[in-house]
Write a protein that binds this ligand. Sequence first.
Ligand SMILES: Nc1ncnc2c1ncn2[C@@H]1O[C@H](COP(=O)(O)OP(=O)(O)OP(=O)(O)O)[C@@H](O)[C@H]1O
Ligand SMILES: [Mg+2]
Length: 252
Amino acid sequence: MAEPLLELRGLNKSFGGLRVTENVSLTLEAGEIHALIGPNGAGKTTLIQQISGALAPDSGEIRFLGEDVTRLSMARRARRGLARSFQITSVIPSFSALENAALAVQARSGSSFRFFRPAAREAALNEAAMAALEEVGLAPRAHLPAAALSHGERRQLELAIALAMRPRALLLDEPLAGTGPEEAERLIRILRGLGARYGILLVEHDMRAVFALAQRVSVLAQGRVIATGSPAGIRADPVVRAAYLGEEEGEG
Ligand SMILES: Nc1ncnc2c1ncn2[C@@H]1O[C@H](COP(=O)(O)OP(=O)(O)OP(=O)(O)O)[C@@H](O)[C@H]1O
Ligand SMILES: [Mg+2]
């Protein structure tokens, strides 16, 4: 069998006496949306941070594209194609959506446009940026300043910025947080489209989105993966219901 896109092997992380990641192993395949769900404080965000390189695990291994990246910096992982979206700092409000995406293209491409004349360079950057905006359905809003976008559109822009880095895998931490029902519907459609082209590790509390999008679901509780399976299997799992789903669905 081909190697998975991303593989976690026996990751562990503690903050003082608190174990936030306990022997976590999981895989993400190309073209797969793998959802990571679990109660508040289960350790989902700290796991994403270890994968992106924002936090170092105490032990265990993170493999990406068949290579051990556990000790690589966040920037190096990003250049290899591991993109984390929804970092607040990534959008400049006074720049247009297109300019924001173009900056990300420029960051990815480094000096590869250096032999272009300035006008040609700008055209090439804008073309790549526009392609990323098109992928997330934001092309019609390309020339608006980011500050004029709705909350949901800003999330689309953040996705476009991640895509401009030409990733292979996307790490998304609650991409639907704070969106209204219509915006959530639109984002779900966009994520479904992206899921066919990229591996996506999706942390999300919106169970409607999780069950609509994921091919596999893993449940994290107190830092441990207590179940991995198909959405239907996870929904029917009594251990999962007791740890998380029962209460979540009851709240809605
Ligand atoms: N820098 C830190 N120092 C100490 N404890 C931390 C730190 N970051 C997170 N924690 C603790 O680690 C545990 C896991 O937090 P984490 O943010 O990963 O949970 P989560 O699953 O993302 O929760 P939520 O669903 O609310 O986003 C929590 O108990 C949290 O308080
Ligand atoms: Mg979190």
